[in-house]
Design a protein around this ligand. Sequence first.
Ligand SMILES: NC(=O)c1ccc[n+]([C@@H]2O[C@H](COP(=O)([O-])OP(=O)(O)OC[C@H]3O[C@@H](n4cnc5c(N)ncnc54)[C@H](OP(=O)(O)O)[C@@H]3O)[C@@H](O)[C@H]2O)c1
Length: 244
Amino acid sequence: MTKVVLVTGGNAGIGFELSKSIAQKGHKVWLAARNPVSGEEAVAKLKQEGLNVKSVRLDVTDLASIIAAKEVIEKEDGKVDVLVNNAGVGLIDQDQNALTVDLKIIRECFEANFYGLIQTTQTFAPLIEAAASATGYAVILNVSSDMASNTYQARPGSQLHVVAYNTSKAAANSYTIALAHELKKQNIKVNAVTPGYTSTKLNSFGQGAKDVTSSARILLPWALLDKDGPTGLFIQEDGKEMPW
Ligand SMILES: NC(=O)c1ccc[n+]([C@@H]2O[C@H](COP(=O)([O-])OP(=O)(O)OC[C@H]3O[C@@H](n4cnc5c(N)ncnc54)[C@H](OP(=O)(O)O)[C@@H]3O)[C@@H](O)[C@H]2O)c1
């Protein structure tokens, strides 16, 4: 079955590579970008490979843009089989120490990584439910982070206490848990998956990080889960469960 897939933040980094991998499997991808020029450029690259990809403007911090994107997709496809909540910011060039972080930075991370994820999910819920009614299931994949794991961060000797980013991603994980429970009866699978440390602009193309192709490979099976696939899990890069 050809699925209709929406990837937020699809114009760059992991989202772009994941969009490509999903389209290469024969699915239709709505590549969402906050900057329409960047979205069109990304789609043009994928179209050169003959992939079924369309660009749509969607800024996860701007509800009007999310509603407009939903209307475009509803008109053309009437459903979304898979929503990948990938868009995110790190702001790691800013002070993110617990005592000195500026609340502005915390709010900025929460706007994209938490509120943005929620309002995108809520707005697209009718189209995701339409897919579940039509095919028996649908999927929401929330792209999480190792740094969202409170268990991991609480270990003695743990590092990378990047407060604004970590708290916003941990909050998104908590939302993932609630959403998975709530959507279970409709067989809508909701999981959080961390691709692990990846070289992207989010971390200023950090040294020693894996490439986006490897990260897309980790996320791909969780976007394209089958009808009997799991829900309510937090998955780490080796495919095993990560402690929340
Ligand atoms: N890189 C890592 O090591 C790593 C590890 C674990 C998890 N992750 C997660 O992976 C996801 C993708 O990040 P990435 O590493 O690929 O970084 P990236 O290359 O910076 O990509 C982030 C994407 O999100 C988009 N975005 C940011 N704010 C947005 C907004 N308000 N509305 C819509 N789109 C927005 C960006 O758009 P613009 O191009 O316009 O900025 C870009 O397309 C994030 O959720 C991140 O937390 C990354």
